[in-house]
Design a binder for this molecule. Structure first.
Ligand code: GLV
Length: 323
């Protein structure tokens, strides 16, 4: 057994770690204690590798405490929690887990879209609160939601997940339009400018990665351009949408509902304005949360770490220019 110290941010099943056997000595982090500059790995000076989660903060301040670091492997596709430029400057590869969470995340987006359109969470709360009584019962205008068939879905970010959502939407009889920073062809999807998409879409689903260029992409001005009665779904990253502007648009009745799996700050603060609106459907960042998908993500992250420990390029590297 070599003594190469590698920090693993959370406990993983022993079987998943077999590929790292004999290549390193794993130091496993404590549950619920994210890694950040104020809480570096034990023995930070000697740490040569980090296998992290999207809840960790791998920024310049943390990296300054890891002088021996040779690789970072994140169990996530998104890497906005990592300062990629700082890693690249030091020639350190960053691994991530693309591809394997496409269908699970697209399913989550669609679950939120349907739940927001048909007021599923609101109906559930209504019944549990004992409000479904003879004087509040089935009537032609009782608990009306929104139709999907014939409606327009605007996809912001036509990457793999955006395209998987487009396929689901077409099966529901929706017209699909999309905006992507670099034009991209997808059968049955019309590309539009972002403002035009927002003005014409009955549903908008966000699928861009969070980066400098997309932080606050759906700001107050863009939300104000959205169609009257539209529904916004976000399963990408909270920082892409101005949450205060979204809450205000819901309050003034411009937007009908929202389905949100991601938030600017997670866990969501108890005083978030989003919690006050009955037509906001919330899930706690579970886009990829199925056993098969999470298992596949761990497998890719471990494969990335194994390659780095063996001195090979990572199979899924965010900054391959380091090689
Ligand atoms: C999930 O949000 C991921 O980036 O994997």
């Amino acid at each position: 057994m070599t003594a190469t110290p590698v920090y693993l941010s959370c406990a993983l099943p022993e079987q998943a770690l077999t590929p790292l056997e004999g290549l390193c000595r794993l130091e496993v982090g404590k549950e619920g204690l994210p890694l950040h500059a104020g809480a570096p790995p034990p023995g930070a000076d000697a740490c040569q590798g980090v296998v992290c989660l999207l809840t960790d903060r791998v920024d310049r301040a943390l990296l300054a405490r890891l002088p021996a670091l040779r690789f970072v492997s994140s169990i996530s596709v998104g890497v906005d929690h990592v300062d990629v430029a700082a890693l690249t400057e030091r020639g350190i590869p960053l691994g991530h887990t693309p591809g394997v969470l496409v269908d699970a995340t697209a399913d989550t987006a669609f679950a939120l879209l349907l739940a927001a359109a048909r007021r599923v969470a609101e109906g559930d709360r209504f019944i549990r609160a004992g409000q479904w009584r003879p004087e509040a019962r089935w009537a032609p205008d009782f608990f009306l939601g929104r139709d999907l068939a014939g409606a327009t879905l605007g996809i912001v970010g036509l990457g793999e997940i955006g395209r998987a959502v487009a396929r689901r939407a077409r099966a529901f009889g929706m017209r699909v339009v999309a905006w992507n920073r670099t034009p991209r062809d997808e059968p049955g999807v019309e590309l539009l400018g972002l403002d035009e998409l927002l003005a014409h879409s009955d549903f908008v689903s966000v699928h861009v990665a969070l980066a400098e260029q997309t932080r606050g992409l759906l700001d107050a001005a863009r939300i104000a351009r959205m169609k009257e009665g539209a529904i916004l779904v976000n399963t990408a990253r909270g920082g892409i949408v101005d949450e205060a502007a979204l809450a205000a648009a819901l309050d003034r009745g411009q937007l009908f509902a929202a389905g949100l799996d991601v938030f600017a700050s997670e866990p969501l603060a108890a005083d978030s304005a989003l919690l006050a609106h009955p037509r906001v459907v919330l899930t706690p960042h579970v886009g990829s949360a199925t056993p098969a998908t999470r298992g596949a993500m761990v497998k890719l992250a471990v494969a990335n770490a194994r390659a780095a420990l063996q001195g090979r390029p990572m199979p899924h590297c965010v900054n391959p220019e380091v090689y």
